[in-house]
Design a protein around this ligand. Sequence first.
Ligand code: DX5
Ligand code: ZN
Length: 218
Amino acid sequence: MIQMAPSILSADFTRLGEQVHLVEEAGAEVLHIDVMDGHFVPNLTFGPALVKSIRSQSHMRFDVHLMVQEPEKFIEDFAAAGADHITFHLETTPHVHRVIQQIKEHGITAGIALNPSTPLDGLKYVLADLDMVLLMTVNPGFGGQKFITNVVPKIQVLRHHLEQTQSSCLIEVDGGVNEKTAPIVAKAGAQILVAGSAVFAQPDPKQAIQNIRQAAEL
Ligand code: DX5
Ligand code: ZN
């Protein structure tokens, strides 16, 4: 089963509430919220206040993708704002095990994201504690970038490993996912598909979600 996770990074912020309703009506299971700090990535986006204000508007799972240095400083505020899940980047802290525990202490699920060039090796001693691994298929920072095909074998290797170890950890893929690339990542083993511009930059975002899901499930 594929879960669709539209990313509000590409939404029309002048009517964010409406856009959130729209993707929920289209059947999206997850709302992907990209948090950027201008240090780890060369862009700035949302803080906990935004999460709090859209929380009352939706029953979707709120999937907060932290692209920030020192993620440990922000876990509490995003959990309090209504995050159901928090993913942080392996590249952003030396205290990976501690941050996972910190997220889980709030009764929510935890994930680690890897940049396209980061190998799976760093997950070895924490994978058993993770609910999700996010494999980036673009360099984080912006919507609308081109899918990096080199990451596909990484998805396959992780899927294989999770099956071998009978793990229920989910694989999420983020960056350049559209109707064309969705079948590639789904076949490689991704279960949660993030899509920003392929949803919100389309004339009919609802139809776009359905089309991507259908392409992935074929
Ligand atoms: C990129 C973000 C993505 C972004 C994806 O740094 O993590 O979630 O919204 O955008 P698209 O789907 O347009 O590549
Ligand atoms: Zn993201």
